[in-house]
Design a protein. Structure first.
Length: 492
């Protein structure tokens, strides 16, 4: 490292030093800081998008939308914390006549876990990277953030981090609240540092599992929220041209480099799939994110095309340019259900890129068992069925199976495109995530909070959300002697 570059230990020390002061900031002040970051990103959007286009090969339109999403989710978190409900402040007044014995004065609130290490993703250089959802959620919770930059867009990471850090400092937040590190070993070393209290990751199953194991093997284990792989199966009771065209568009979006890309589409055995090839033929080639992803996709595509029992519906193309970057068009193959089952080792692995498999089935009643057998953990699962089929109860068992194994169950539409909303769930059972939580939407803040109860504490030693004078004007749930009421507005 150069003299101007802090060591991993220095980064951890700065984050730890900032943690207490940052946690003590009011939701209103912290929300204003998040808005300042959002404003700064919007103001520098043109500069940042130009850098991102050169480093990732993603289109200007795609990146423009992603910057808008990134600044919006910062503002959404600001609105969420400003109300204070996320703190879940609970006050149980002392009650000598409590039914199970005398009750002391107990007050509970959610507090920040401490410094968070966020491993940035490659496929969303804004929304899941330096200033993305994990960083936004941790900052909203009151946790200092250290981002491990992704090697696929280093210049963009450095510039974005500088803009974020300056905006936070300008908003009066403590020094050390936001930092950037680079390099695989630095990321591992920081994950092992005792001053880091939680980790977040978006990327491959292999790397995510390695990092999760490191976090769990520490002398003091910490929570690690890894979003890993997902094949996002789609089950259709019919397959007309419109459905198949929508499927191809979802597979082709951003060259299939989306964690919610439909990797499998189940259709009746007699479905006419002739619309697939023309739909693929209308898709322009797209550069893959970086040479490593391109090589991995090329190898995965060869394995699927060479698997026994596959029928190629659209072979697509992959070619390498002078800089070692791969450019691809979609590849779609079809198999019957028994082939998928018997060759699961070759076919079930996620294909990160524009490739998907259509599975022909003969018995719809077998689909719930098939799903539970082959797809134990998914970010999404989707049902395409006619209204009468949804209403008559014939799909109830399948829907139950999807809900038990998926973070989000869709009816119609396609899983690509994850809206940033309070109700969104972007997670799911392993291997979709290491810990079943959400990395999109305002519920993501709960990953970086922990409950603390104060018993018989003097008013002056209580955190502001638990005081009787309620200086932050947050909702409080009070349990008085003999009764329980929820109130908040009356304290304002």
């Amino acid at each position: 490292m150069s003299e101007s570059t802090p060591t991993v230990s220095e980064v951890a020390a700065r984050a730890a030093s900032a943690a207490r002061a940052f946690a003590a900031t009011s939701p209103t002040d912290r929300g204003a800081a998040l808005v300042a970051v959002a404003d700064a990103l919007d103001a520098h959007a043109g500069e940042l998008i130009a850098i991102a286009m050169g480093e990732t090969g993603l289109t200007e339109a795609r990146l423009t939308g992603e910057v808008k999403r990134t600044s919006w989710q910062l503002r959404l978190f600001a609105d969420t914390i400003a109300g204070g409900a996320y703190l879940d402040a609970r006050i149980d007044a002392a009650d000598p006549d409590y039914v199970i014995g005398p009750r002391p004065d107990v007050r509970r609130v959610l507090e920040p876990v401490g410094p968070v290490l966020n491993f940035a993703a490659s496929n969303f250089p804004f929304a899941f990277s330096v200033a993305g959802g994990d960083s936004a959620a941790a900052l909203a919770a009151g946790c200092p953030v250290v981002v491990k930059a992704h090697s696929g867009h280093p210049e963009l990471s450095r510039r974005t981090a500088a803009i974020v850090a300056a905006a936070l400092e300008g908003a009066g937040m403590p020094t050390g609240v936001f930092q950037l590190i680079e390099g695989q070993q630095n990321g591992v070393d920081l994950l092992q540092d005792e001053r880091i209290r939680a980790g977040a990751f978006t990327g491959s199953t292999h790397v995510g599992r390695l990092l999760a194991d490191i976090a769990a093997a520490r002398p003091r284990p910490i929570p690690f929220y890894g979003e890993l792989g997902s094949v996002n199966p789609v089950y259709a009771t019919y397959a007309d041209a419109e459905l198949l065209q929508g499927f191809v568009a979802s597979v082709a979006g951003s060259a299939g480099q989306l964690c919610t890309k439909p990797g499998f589409l189940f259709v009746p055995a007699d479905a006419d799939l002739s619309a697939v090839a023309p739909a693929v033929g209308g898709v322009a080639e797209h550069r893959l994110l970086n040479p490593g992803i391109g090589r991995a996709f090329e190898g995965r595509r060869s394995a699927v095309l060479g698997a026994e029992g596959t029928t190629v519906l659209a072979e697509g193309e992959v070619h390498e340019d002078e800089e070692g970057q791969r450019h691809a068009t979609p590849t779609v193959v079809a198999v019957d259900l028994e082939t998928l089952r018997s060759h699961r080792e070759a076919l079930l692995e996620e294909s990160f890129g524009p490739l998907s498999i259509i599975v022909r089935y003969t018995d719809a009643s077998a689909l719930p068992a098939v799903h539970e057998e082959l797809f134990p953990g998914n970010l999404t699962s989707t049902v395409h069925a006619r209204p009468a089929e949804l209403a008559d109860g014939s799909l109830d068992v399948l829907v139950d199976a999807l809900a038990a194994t998926s973070g989000r169950v869709l009816f119609g539409g396609w899983p690509t495109g994850v809206s940033v909303t309070p109700a969104m769930q972007h997670g799911g059972p392993y291997p979709a995530t290491t810990t079943d939580a959400t990395s999109v939407g305002t519920a993501g803040i709960t990953r970086f909070l922990r409950g603390v109860a104060y018993q018989n504490a003097p008013q002056e030693l209580l955190p502001p959300p638990l005081r009787d004078d309620n200086p932050w004007h947050v909702p409080q749930t009070r349990s008085e002697a003999g009764r329980s009421t929820e109130w908040g507005a009356s304290a304002r």
